[in-house]
Design a protein around this ligand. Structure first.
Ligand code: FAD
Length: 473
């Protein structure tokens, strides 16, 4: 990521942003403003950046004004959607931050099974709009993440095995481009841009509005799911069963697996609190008439410590873990794609699962099989379509004094596990890992992405992201 010097024509002025402010429906927040510290904070409490100005945009016209102003004055541009990126890519030192957090409207169209979503929405905004109509569009596994970053990077969640990734359900996007124009990209208009947006992250412009396809789920939006915890000592047997069982199931059944400590919250019996465990979190979105048959093997396998399966609205499934993960925790994570969960990898999970440094630290493996695998690797910019899992090792803790301990555990775990992986990682689960890792993640799509970048953002205005530099002529 490059740094650009701020244009000397605006430094030293009493209010260098007067011209910009005159064009906005939204407002600016500058370093001297009381709201500045709250506005520059992002989800990861480790991030401490000081932008030149944060612009709370209200609409596409505000975003256009920001892009033009930033270019005119050689300011770097950061784009903040939900602010959840672990490397804090929504804010940047000395940059103009296009903050979309006021842009959170949704418009649901139940008859056509579509939802239109503003660029600053969180997934909980979308669930709120769609689930009362018995439908949802594929998102993630928590509701607090931003639609912008999550869906532009791919979008892996409870519905991926049944309906594909978020990008596989994107119908169109309104995008403010690097030249300050506004384009609508879909299958028939700007098809290259539309292809690149579906996995290429924030490299191609600022998406002010998304239109997604929705699907009927469960019974009137009520699904069956929840965690099943096993003793950590059972990890070997559980993971061996899981790695064969899940990919063979219909897309209605999804379940991610991890090693974790059982959360010390009233939902779980006190005697289990903080106990190292292997967990599978299930979500069944099919007909309830078939549920007992489909879920019987899940309930019957092994010797679980706790079976927490129950009926709940899909929005409750999505937000189940939100209270455990408020903003301002310390986060350090590393990721990889895994085509297989090898015997060697299972041994490593058992070993590091027994050394989890803090109660919230964990390892998760999220399936990218079923419908997510039915899409070809070059059909969208998201290249990893071999089945398998997106894995992440996350060190998490409220106390900054533990930042080194959690990062050390993550690095040691990842170093040992990485040789069992498939190379590259989900870009939304990467921190600052350098250009080779980004290239490896996009695989055969990287060159085409660089060409589309050269067409739509030849000066790399949008570079505060997992950056794809424009192809040289
Ligand atoms: P931001 O930090 O706001 O943005 C991240 C990047 O996206 C930046 O480069 C930003 O410029 C760009 N961006 C954001 N919005 C826009 C926009 N409208 N237009 C253009 N560029 C934009 N991922 C999954 O796939 N599935 C999960 O289940 C999942 N769970 C997660 C749980 C937690 C607790 C966390 C912290 C992350 C999780 N993620 C998950 C990863 C998540 O996809 C990324 O962190 C993603 O970047 C979050 O998007 P955001 O808009 O909140 O982030």
């Amino acid at each position: 990521m490059s740094t650009t010097p701020v244009d000397s024509t605006i430094t030293g002025l009493v209010n260098p942003y007067e011209d910009l402010e005159a064009q906005l429906r939204g407002y600016t927040i500058k370093p001297a403003d009381p709201a500045y510290d709250e506005a520059r904070a992002v989800y990861n409490g480790m991030i401490d950046r000081r932008p030149a100005v944060i612009v709370r945009c209200c609409d596409a016209a505000d975003v256009v004004a920001c892009v033009r102003f930033a270019r005119q004055h050689s300011l770097e541009v950061a784009v903040r959607g939900g602010g959840h990126s672990a490397s804090g890519l929504g804010v940047w030192d000395g940059a103009l931050v296009i903050d979309l957090s006021l842009m959170r409207s949704t418009t649901v169209d139940p008859a056509n099974h579509e939802v239109r979503v503003d660029g600053g929405c969180l997934w909980r905004d979308v669930d709120h709009a769609t689930v009362p109509f018995g439908m949802a569009t594929p998102s993630g596994f928590v509701s607090s993440t931003g639609v912008g970053g999550l869906s532009l990077g791919g979008g892996i969640g409870y519905l991926s095995r049944r309906f594909g990734l978020s990008v596989d359900n994107l119908l169109s996007a309104d995008v403010v481009l690097a030249d300050g124009s506004l384009a609508t990209a879909d299958a028939d208009h700007h098809p290259d841009l539309f292809w690149a947006l579906r996995g290429g992250g924030g490299n191609f412009g600022v998406v002010t509005s998304f239109r997604f396809r929705c699907h009927d789920i469960g019974e009137h939006g009520v699904v069956i799911g929840g965690p099943v915890f096993y003793d950590l000592a059972d990890t070997d047997a559980v993971m061996r069963w899981y790695r064969d069982y899940v990919p063979a199931q219909p897309g209605e059944l999804n379940g991610w697996i991890g090693v974790t400590r059982i959360p010390a919250v009233p939902l779980f019996p006190e005697e289990l609190h903080d106990r190292p465990s292997c967990v599978i979190v299930w979500c069944y979105t099919g007909s309830h008439a078939d549920a007992e048959r489909v879920l019987a093997p899940v309930r019957e396998f092994g010797n679980p410590l706790l079976v927490g399966l129950q009926q709940m609205p899909f929005s409750a499934m999505q937000s189940m873990f939100d209270p455990l993960l408020p903003s301002d925790l310390q986060w350090y994570w590393k990721a990889d794609f895994f085509t297989e969960i090898t015997d060697e990898a299972i041994g490593i999970h058992s070993k590091y699962g027994g050394a989890i440094p803090t109660p919230l630290s964990n390892m998760h493996l999220y399936p990218i099989s079923g419908a997510a695998q039915d899409v070809g690797p070059t059909d969208t910019a998201f290249a990893y379509r071999h089945g398998g899992w997106s894995g992440i090792v996350a060190g998490v803790d409220p106390d900054p004094a533990n930042a080194t301990a959690i990062a050390d555990w993550v690095k040691a775990y990842w170093e040992e596990l990485h040789p069992t992986s498939d190379g590259g990682a989900y870009v939304n689960f990467m921190m600052d890992e350098g250009p080779e890792r980004i290239r490896a993640s996009y695989r055969e799509n990287f060159e085409r992405l660089a060409r589309v970048k050269a067409q739509y953002d030849p000066d790399n205005v949008f570079h505060i992201n997992q950056n794809i530099p424009p192809a040289a002529d």
